[in-house]
Ligand binder design. Structure first.
Ligand SMILES: Nc1ncnc2c1ncn2[C@@H]1O[C@H](COP(=O)(O)OP(=O)(O)OP(=O)(O)O)[C@@H](O)[C@H]1O
Length: 239
């Protein structure tokens, strides 16, 4: 078997909000074509880890390498340009712009070895969006807005996407669609780091998992092992 090529490598990340240290020596890796779950209860530090990788948290130490390049000193928009996409928890779509216009905002040029996305391909992935290309973002349901945020990020043709709790606060039917969508993204060759508290969702889509507690990595292993390990789940996750 060919070894998996490392796409994202985070080493000893420490991050602070003001004087409060939130992350403590967080290290993780995502390989090409992998879906990796970043798990942990509310407040464990999942979103902070993603924001720190994206350069959105000001005070930080540690290293972040993406496609072998050190990116920890780059501005967030430069990190996006390198092909690292971020879908934040709070779904920042443009509410006055239509679905198509929102997608247009995210469009970047094609990359040689990353999956290519355009509106037609995205509407196959999210048929609901294809039915409402002219609808203003503000008039969509939470689940539809979530799909639009993900689609807009994919328009940048990333190698890897950081997905912050895609299943949170959306209807059960949409959660199922989200899982199918992630499996499809993986099939297309995209790599994903998924923040998730819910083991039932994470185990449907992920190859490996890290668990955070109080800003520290407490567990890492294959998703198959974690799914069978009820003691660890009880200890660190809300099950
Ligand atoms: N802007 C901020 N200023 C100060 N503290 C913050 C800020 N954002 C988050 N925190 C704190 O950092 C810690 C980690 O929060 P974070 O949002 O990363 O957790 P999480 O695992 O993503 O959980 P959630 O599912 O609630 O988003 C929490 O204690 C939280 O209160």
């Amino acid at each position: 078997m060919k070894p998996i090529q490392t796409l994202l490598e985070v080493n000893d990340l420490n991050a602070f909000y003001g004087r409060a240290q939130i992350l403590f020596d967080v290290s993780l890796k995502v390989g090409r074509g992998e879906v990796v779950a970043l798990m942990g209860r509310n407040g464990a530090g999942k979103s902070t880890t993603m924001k720190t990788i994206m350069g959105l948290v000001e005070r930080r130490t540690g290293t972040v390498r993406f496609r072998k390049e050190a990116i920890e000193r780059l501005a967030p928009f430069r990190i996006c340009q390198r092909g690292l996409g971020f879908v934040p928890e709070d779904r920042r779509i443009f509410t006055d712009l239509s679905v198509m216009e929102n997608l247009e905002v995210g469009r970047l040029s094609e990359r040689l070895d990353a999956p290519y996305w355009d509106e037609n391909k995205l509407f196959k992935l999210f048929p609901n969006l294809g039915e409402m290309p002219n609808r203003p973002g503000g008039q969509m349901s939470g689940g539809e807005q979530q799909m639009l945020t993900i689609s807009r990020t994919l328009m940048g043709n990333p190698y890897l996407v950081l997905l912050d709790e895609p299943s949170e606060g959306v209807a059960p039917l949409i959660v199922e669609q989200m899982a199918e969508m992630i499996v499809e993204l993986k099939k297309q060759g995209l790599s994903v780091l998924l923040s998730e508290q819910n083991i039932h969702f994470a185990k449907l889509v992920s190859d490996r998992a890290y668990i955070l507690e109080n800003g520290q990595v407490r567990y890492q292993g294959s998703m198959r092992d974690l799914a069978a390990d009820e003691v660890t789940q009880q200890k660190y996750l809300s099950v």
